[in-house]
Design a protein around this ligand. Sequence first.
Ligand code: MG
Length: 161
Amino acid sequence: MTSLDVRIGIGVDAHRLVEGKPLVLGGEPIAHAKGLEGHSDGDVVLHALSDALLGAVAGPDIGALFPSSEAKWRGAASRIFLERARAIVEEKGYRVRQVDIVVIASEPRLSSHVGRIRSRLAALLDIPEDAVGFKATTTDGMGFTGRGEGIAAQAVATLGR
Ligand code: MG
């Protein structure tokens, strides 16, 4: 019997918006008065995406792989996390086939950055741009994202052999 060897993973992350930090989402710099607080560069998109890849192969999460207690990850570019997650996926014999990501934020408006971020994610994952779902939503003023206190992201990844 043949089986459809497909894996699906989910990742979620959120970081606080603070003054005086550059904002990076999906590996792309975004011009904004605030950035995301975090031990690394705070890129919620790459963090959620990395955890989605790792979750699909029942791997450790990025908090376990890159503990915030280790000084060497301070200010780290989060593409390092995604590259490691991809390497773990590939060591287990899978390839990333498709991802879908939603950013939850009331600020900044991301519509003018969507194309650039999608291109970056496709390059980082080595998949076509039409296999990268990327969009942003607000929460109608509700909750921490609605109040502009932070930005959240959710990601789903599909892997195949
Ligand atoms: Mg994070």
